[in-house]
Design a protein around this ligand. Structure first.
Ligand SMILES: CC(=O)N[C@H]1[C@@H](OP(=O)(O)OP(=O)(O)OC[C@H]2O[C@@H](n3ccc(=O)[nH]c3=O)[C@H](O)[C@@H]2O)O[C@H](CO)[C@@H](O)[C@@H]1O
Ligand SMILES: C=C(OP(=O)(O)O)C(=O)O
Length: 425
């Protein structure tokens, strides 16, 4: 029912406040459920739909949760969990629901997964999670529609991930944190969000070493304590606002953005002609020359983040020449190309590779978000387009970006969020 309306042509200037990281706060809510006493306080929580769903899911399993949205603070009391069931009507609406499983296994001895949601990006398997739980002693019954996991006390073991899964690493660390004995996780994810979650778990009393090396050791402890933790800034939100400045030839100050976390994304944007400068704790971004084309291959961190590949595809439409994009993480991320082509782009897709023929002036059109990042990529396209762009299925954008329209308006963009009876999402 949510739709974004963007009228293009305005150059973005001013200050944007970068939200706390969606992909850090969701596992942290899962981690908070591991504490059987006391109240956890999470600060810098992004006010996004995924967090609202996570609050509903935590309440569904028995936790008491207060989301003080104005203060961007969550207070979670998980001293009494009452149900192992992750109900389909909530769990199917976001991916982070998968991060509740370790707490349910430790606290209630079982977890019942009626459905897992998240962006529709092609195949999104969970086999590393289930194999890991099994190696730690759980019984996993993968039924047609319901997955039932039982564990009468997990025991440490050596684990290996075929690829460094982000949530897989977080889940196996949480499962190992309260297991008996030592767990080793090889080929673990290196994303900054994973390190922030390890930081929180460590303060809760978990014994975790090797974070950021790909080889993590977890010594199980008997209990974890509720703590206060401030969620790291969202590097994907920061990347999007940097690209919004870039695509409009503007100049913005990003408060709360970490240049270090942008990693390769920063180097690629610089090659395209975008300038970054840190001014103390503020990141200054501007673009005042023609955009150059770029080659991008997505990868797990520290490679180019797949979640920023979609907005980068939009920026590439305006570059002077052909850009080449190879998507290596998800097989269903190029639905965006068809939407951008409706706006005048010339993008050819061949399997996991795309060639963006720039520069193509974009014009407003009625387009659809297929997932969170294609949605925000279409907002960027609308900013650069002639005329008006409407983006249906706007709920997907609200899953991951807080107060997007207001923050864009503060930079001078003409972006409105509206509730439409005609569209879905
Ligand atoms: C809530 C959250 O943090 N979501 C992020 C997380 O998703 P998520 O944790 O789901 O992504 P993963 O890193 O697990 O998945 C990456 C790839 O590994 C495959 N795979 C993963 C697990 C598994 O058990 N088996 C398997 O084959 C997936 O199909 C996919 O092709 O990382 C993605 C990749 O950076 C990001 O796009 C998402 O924003
Ligand atoms: C893929 C994403 O999210 P999720 O894993 O929550 O679906 C995303 O944030 O772009």
């Amino acid at each position: 029912m949510v739709r974004y309306r963007v009228r293009g042509g305005n150059v973005l200037r001013g200050t944007a406040f970068i939200q706390g990281a969606k992909n850090a706060v969701l596992p942290m809510i899962g981690a908070a459920l591991l504490a059987s006493e006391g109240r956890t306080v999470l600060r810098n929580v992004p006010v996004i739909e995924d967090v609202r769903r996570a609050v509903e899911l935590a309440e569904a399993v028995g936790a008491k949760v207060e989301f003080h949205e104005t203060e961007r603070t969550l207070v979670i009391d998980a001293s009494r969990l009452t149900s192992p069931v992750l109900p389909a009507d909530i769990a199917r609406r976001f991916r982070g629901s998968v991060l509740f499983v370790p707490a349910l296994l430790h606290r209630l001895g079982e977890a019942v997964i009626e459905g897992i949601g998240g962006c529709n990006l092609g195949s999104r398997n969970l086999d590393f999670h289930y194999l890991g739980y099994k190696r730690l002693g759980a019984i996993v019954d993968e039924g047609e529609s319901v997955i039932h996991i039982k564990a009468a006390g997990l025991v440490g073991h050596s684990l290996y991930l075929d690829t460094p899964s982000h949530t897989g690493t977080e889940n196996l660390i949480m499962a190992a944190a309260l297991a008996k004995g030592t767990t080793i996780i090889e080929n673990a994810a290196l994303e900054p969000e994973v390190l922030d979650v390890i930081g929180m778990l460590t303060r809760m009393g978990a014994k975790i070493s090797g974070g950021g090396t790909g080889f993590i050791t977890v010594e199980g402890v008997d209990e974890l304590t509720a703590v206060e933790h401030t969620v790291m800034p969202d590097r994907l939100d920061a990347g999007v606002f940097a690209m919004a400045a870039a695509i409009t030839g503007g100049e913005v100050n990003l408060v709360g953005a970490s240049l270090e976390h942008l990693g390769v994304v920063r180097w690629k944007l610089e090659q395209m002609g975008v300038e970054f400068e840190t001014d103390g704790a503020v990141l200054h971004v501007r673009r005042d020359r023609n955009l150059r084309p770029i080659n991008v291959i997505t990868d797990t961190y520290p490679g180019f983040a797949t979640d920023l590949q979609s907005p980068l595809m939009t920026v590439a439409c305006l570059a002077d020449g052909s850009s080449y994009i190879h998507e290596r993480i998800f097989d269903g991320r190029f639905a965006l190309a068809g939407e951008l082509n409706k706006m005048g782009a010339r993008i050819e897709v061949d399997g996991s590779r795309a060639v963006v023929h720039g520069p193509t002036p974009l014009h407003g059109a009625e387009v659809t978000a297929h997932d969170l990042r294609s949605g925000i990529a279409l907002v960027l396209a609308g900013l650069a387009a002639d005329g008006e762009t409407t983006i249906d299925s706007g709920y997907l954008i609200d899953r991951g970006h807080a107060a997007l329209a207001q923050r864009m308006q503060a930079l001078g963009a003409d972006v409105e969020r509206e509730i439409s009876p005609l569209s879905e999402g």
